[in-house]
Each structure stands twice: as structure tokens, then as C-alpha cells.
Design a protein around this ligand. Structure first.
Ligand SMILES: Nc1ncnc2c1ncn2[C@@H]1O[C@H](COP(=O)(O)OP(=O)(O)OP(=O)(O)O)[C@@H](O)[C@H]1O
Ligand SMILES: [Mg+2]
Length: 467
């Protein structure tokens, strides 16, 4: 990837040309621009801490050998955020290589960790001035190294710190990103970071002995917790696919839930190695393939995750997948699920549609009572018959919502919710005025027409005001 040339001479071997990057700082800062929020930038540092914790987890037979703590602290005055872990830390050599050898990841080929680019630590360049690493490894001392966003040469080598590294294990890493641009930092709060961690690392947070906390200096400590799908009532669609690709079998885990009651905002998301890549509906590459598109994947009642494993690789800022044949295999395997989801969602849409029709009929009733001043006029919505509206003997008025004239003016969201339109309100005002206009013996046709016009306009105004 991006390697700072060790010499400025042209070719190393006669007859060959070597790649060189004339301005690595410019290049790195431009690549970092792909990050869109400070929270997402900061997740790279949590990601690295989790990768290091993963090494401990694996070496210990699939359990953390001691409670892992990853703590984020916001310092508003300095527009800084620090991420501290109590994992293995880095030796001085590793620390200096991380800063010097951009694009060199020791993790490449280790399928159990997320890192692969050797770019994550440079994410701060998107929005902040500097980064400071403090670290201690079991086979080393406590070192600190600081890097400015615009620095190319003359970066001071790691300096030894006399005090012990401030973690319970005595080892770990403390990364502080400082001087965030005000515009980026404004939205950063302990809660925004907690939310990002809970969504981004949802699949890992459920493990015992992993604790991630966030605190703003002087504020309360927020503990990040996993999302519990079992608490959401509604049908669940759980699958494990085994996808064949290039003579290998790749498992993909799917857990989708159609929430019966009020929707919990947890749009179906793709995860890779327990890290969220993005909401299915936000992944352009997936939406291009999908037939149901956002009406399925961003349905407010649909939640869950798709853990994709190794069949696809995230792009450098990890919010989409690299275009590969594996990606096509994955998407094609997921598309048949849409038909099942559509069926489950159709029943939610039906309930939703009935609920909004009820709400709308209550609003219409309110408008009629307000305008006529007569509580005896009772309006109900029915979905039957050929007539637009039926006036009962008891003065009750039934509006036929199934009539083509009603339907032609009604608008429904993809989730089946009725959206009253100006045209629908004008139609209802006209129909109801005909049904509710009081007639007495003295009324002349001119009086009647005038009163009717007045009633139509008042009802229409009252209905529009209810929206
Ligand atoms: N908290 C940490 N604990 C231990 N080592 C770390 C930590 N943070 C960074 N490192 C070291 O720094 C290296 C560079 O991190 P960086 O995030 O840039 O690359 P990566 O994680 O290997 O790949 P990616 O760019 O995909 O994240 C890591 O490979 C790891 O060796
Ligand atoms: Mg990384």
C-alpha cells in the first residue's frame, strides 16, 4: 500500500521503476476523508483494542484470560478523545513501525481479527490534528509517541515514560486523538460514542469479560451493552448459510426479527467479524441487487444482523464490501430471503394501515365536531359497499375507505401508513358537508349553496390543520 520511500533515488534495480509517493501526508489525509463522522474514526481505535483482545481470547482457548477493559474518555476543552485498553500493548519497535510503515499490517492473513490494511491508526487524519500513543508491552517499557496530521519528516521517536502504564494488567495501549475540528466534534458526546459502540460492536459485546465504557471528563460512566433481540416480540428468521465459493465453504449467520410492537431502531445490518459494516439499506452495492430494496430492508419493524464472515472483505473505511465474486455469491444467497420477509412484513403493514386509518377517522371526527359544534354527528370509516358515504338513521356517517374515489386521493407509505393528502381532505370535506348540512324550511337554494360552500371550506381547513 502506501509506503514512504526509504530513499529518494529512482530505480533500485537497473531497468526497473519503483513506486514512490511524493507526498505521503497528502495521500494519507485524502484517504482518511472517506470517514464521515468522528465516532466512526474513533471506532478504528476501539477496533484495534478489540483485535488485540482477540489474540488473548484465542490464545486462551476462546475466553478472555482476564476481564478486558476498553475505556473511552472525552476531553471537551482539548477536543480530544482517548481510548485505553488493558490488552498486550506494543513494543517500542512495533509502535514505531506503526507510525513509519503505513499500510503494513501484521494482522494480514489472520482471519480472526479485523485489521488488514494497516491504515486504521491514520483514521484521525480525517478530522483531528494529532494522535498520541502511550503503550507498554510485557517485554518492554512504557513508551509514548506523538504524531501530527501534517508531519512527514522529523517525527520524534518513541520516548520512554518513567511512570508505570496506567492499567490493571500493567500492559495495554492508550491512544489519544486531539484537536478535532470543531464541526466534527460538536456532535460527539458520551452517549453518541456509547451508541456507536453498541451498534458497531454489537456482536462482540455479548461476550463475558469484555467491558467497554465511555465517559466525558467529570461526567457519569456509561457502560456499553449488547442489544438483546430476545426481548423484541415478533417472528424471527434465523438461518445459517454455507456458501460455496472458490472451492471453500463460507458460513454466513442470519438473525432477522419482525418486531410486532413499536419498532426498535435497529435496522438490519451487515457484520464482519462482529463489527458492523453498515445497514443493509445503506449499502449501495446490496441495494442495487435487491428487489425489495428499502421497503424490506429499512422497514421500521425489521431488525437484525447478517454476519458475513470471510466471503467478503470490507473496503478501507469499512462501510461497504469490496466488489468481488464472493460479494455476488453472498448477495444472491440473501435475496431469496426477501420473499419470506415480505410476507412477514405484509401482516405488520396491514396492522399499521388499520391503526393509521383509526387515527385518521378520529381526526376527522374531531374536525366535524369542531366545525358543526354538534357532537351527535358521528363519523366512522368502513371499507365496504359501492357508495362513497352512507348516512345512517341515527345520524351516523360511514365513509367508505374502499371506494375508488377515496383510494385515488389517499397516499400510503411503504409500511402501509395512511398519509392524508390535501386532495383527500378536500374530498372528505365535500362529502361530509353534504351529509351534515342542517336543512330547515326557510332555506332558499341560494342560502343552502352558500352554507354548503362555507361548511366545505371550514371542514377542509379544520382537516388540514389536524395534520
Ligand atoms: N490497541 C492496540 N493494541 C495493540 N496493538 C495495537 C493497538 N492499536 C494498534 N496496534 C498495532 O498497530 C497496528 C496498526 O494498526 P492499524 O489499525 O493501523 O492497522 P490494522 O489494525 O493492522 O489494520 P486496519 O487498517 O485494517 O485496521 C496494528 O496492526 C497493531 O499491531
Ligand atoms: Mg486496525
Amino acid at each position: 500500500m502506501f509506503r514512504t520511500p526509504t530513499t529518494t533515488f529512482a530505480a533500485q534495480k537497473p531497468g526497473t521503476i519503483d513506486l514512490e509517493i511524493s507526498d505521503p501526508v497528502l495521500m494519507l489525509n485524502e484517504v482518511a476523508r472517506r470517514y464521515e463522522t468522528a465516532e466512526r474514526v474513533l471506532m478504528e481505535y476501539v477496533d484495534n483494542a478489540l483485535d488485540d483482545a482477540e489474540a488473548l481470547y484465542r490464545a486462551n482457548g476462546g475466553a478472555y484470560p482476564y476481564p478486558i477493559h476498553i475505556d473511552l474518555t472525552i476531553n471537551r476543552e482539548q477536543r480530544a478523545v482517548s481510548v485505553q485498553d488493558n490488552c498486550r500493548g506494543m513494543t517500542r519497535e512495533t509502535l514505531e513501525r506503526v507510525v513509519r510503515n503505513v499500510g503494513e499490517s501484521q494482522k494480514r492473513g489472520q482471519t480472526w481479527v479485523n485489521g488488514r490494511f494497516g491504515f486504521g491508526v491514520h483514521a484521525f487524519r480525517a478530522a483531528a490534528e494529532s494522535i498520541c500513543f502511550q503503550t507498554q508491552h510485557a517485554h518492554g517499557s512504557h513508551f509514548a509517541l506523538e504524531l501530527q496530521r501534517d508531519q512527514h519528516r522529523g517525527i520524534k521517536e518513541a520516548r520512554r515514560r518513567d511512570e508505570p502504564f496506567p492499567s490493571d494488567s500493567g500492559t495495554g495501549c492508550l491512544v489519544t486523538v486531539s484537536g478535532f475540528e470543531a464541526d466534527w466534534f460538536r456532535a460527539v458526546t458520551a452517549v453518541s460514542l456509547q451508541t456507536e459502540i453498541e451498534t458497531h460492536f454489537e456482536r462482540l459485546l455479548a461476550r463475558p469479560d469484555l467491558h467497554i465504557t465511555v465517559r466525558e471528563a467529570g461526567g457519569p460512566l456509561l457502560v456499553c451493552r449488547p442489544f438483546d433481540y430476545a426481548l423484541v416480540e415478533g417472528p424471527i428468521l434465523q438461518r445459517e448459510l454455507f456458501l460455496a465459493h472458490k472451492e471453500e465453504i463460507y458460513p454466513v449467520k442470519i438473525c432477522l426479527k419482525v418486531a410486532r410492537e413499536t419498532a426498535v431502531p435497529r435496522p438490519v445490518s451487515f457484520f464482519a467479524r462482529g463489527r458492523r459494516v453498515g445497514a443493509a439499506a445503506d449499502m449501495k452495492s446490496f441495494m442495487r441487487k435487491s428487489a425489495g430494496k428499502t421497503s424490506v430492508w429499512s422497514h421500521p419493524h425489521l431488525l437484525g444482523y447478517i454476519e458475513v464472515g470471510e466471503i467478503v472483505q470490507p473496503i478501507i473505511n469499512r462501510d461497504d464490501f469490496v466488489r468481488t465474486q464472493g460479494r455476488t455469491v453472498l448477495y444472491e444467497a440473501l435475496l431469496p430471503l426477501e420473499a419470506e420477509l415480505k410476507l412477514l412484513l405484509a401482516s405488520v403493514n396491514q396492522q399499521q394501515s388499520e391503526a393509521t386509518l383509526d387515527q385518521f377517522s378520529a381526526a376527522v371526527q374531531q374536525a366535524v365536531t369542531a366545525v358543526t359544534g354538534d357532537a351527535a354527528f358521528q363519523v366512522a370509516f368502513v371499507a365496504a359497499g359501492d357508495r362513497r358515504l352512507v348516512v345512517g338513521e341515527n345520524g351516523r356517517v360511514a365513509v367508505n375507505t374502499a371506494h375508488p374515489d377515496f383510494q385515488a386521493r389517499a397516499r400510503y407509505t411503504r409500511q402501509g401508513e395512511l398519509r392524508p393528502t390535501d386532495r383527500l381532505n378536500a374530498y372528505l370535506a365535500t362529502m361530509l358537508a353534504l351529509a351534515t348540512l342542517p336543512v330547515d324550511d326557510q332555506s332558499t337554494p341560494a342560502h343552502l349553496l352558500h352554507a354548503q360552500a362555507e361548511l366545505i371550506l371550514s371542514l377542509e381547513a379544520s382537516l388540514n390543520a389536524q395534520r
